[in-house]
Unconditional design. Structure first.
Lengths: 107, 113
């Protein structure tokens, strides 16, 4: 079993809808990362968090350390948000990755 | 100004050949990584280096040999390439360790025929 589990695997939303992606991890971590991979293949870091909540524009990431769970929310989704979103658990110079969630936002 | 660059972007080669992928970061970071993304798009760490020293070697076959000549460079040499080595290889760097934001290179698509 993978150390990091994401759900759902795929998600389709209409433009403007609120999107939530969930991530659970089974290992101790020093930080939880959310990454975005666009269809072109490049990977960009969205958030790195070790507690609480972070917000950047329409994106919000939360983490519950006790429950070993994190969520990524996209508010007012837009077709340009279509990408693969990847959760990764970081500790001791190592990232363990989830399988990714493919998000498609339709206009 | 590319923060993390990789060369080449594409690499097509025959089984059994030896090839190298180069990575350079101009961010002044201490830690660099190699990741492999397989055909199912699953990312997995291969190596991490801190201050030119190998920290993580994640059960990678010894046909893969990373080399860090200085903190800004982490190269990956692959001997005797196999079909299963076909993947996208990403280099990344952080200021120090995984408690920092990761900056990824654009990836190198390797196809072994």
């Amino acid at each position: 079993k993978n150390e990091v589990e994401q759900s759902p695997q795929n998600l389709t939303a209409q433009e403007g809808e609120f999107i939530t992606i969930n991530c659970s991890y089974s290992v101790g971590i020093s930080a939880l990362h959310w990454l975005q991979q666009h269809p072109g293949g490049g990977i960009v870091s969205l958030f790195m968090l070790s507690s609480g909540k972070k917000k950047h524009g329409r994106l919000i990431a939360t983490i519950n350390i006790q429950e070993k769970h994190s969520s990524l929310h996209i508010t007012a989704s837009h077709p340009r948000d279509s990408a693969v979103y990847i959760c990764a658990a970081g500790r001791d110079y190592k990232l363990s990755f989830g399988a990714g969630t493919t998000v498609t936002v339709r206009a | 100004d590319t923060a993390v660059s990789q060369t080449p972007k594409y690499l097509v080669t025959q089984m059994g050949n030896d090839k190298s992928i180069k990575c350079e970061q101009n961010l002044g970071h201490d830690t660099m990584y190699w990741y492999k993304q397989d055909s199912k798009k699953f990312l997995k760490i291969m190596f991490s280096y801190n201050n030119k020293e190998l920290i993580i070697n994640e059960t990678v076959p010894n046909r893969f040999s990373p080399k860090s000549p200085d903190k800004a460079h982490l190269n990956l040499h692959i001997n005797s390439l196999e079909l299963g080595d076909s993947a996208v290889y990403f280099c990344a760097s952080t200021r120090t360790g995984t408690e920092e934001t990761q900056y990824f290179g654009p990836g190198t698509r390797l196809l072994v025929l």
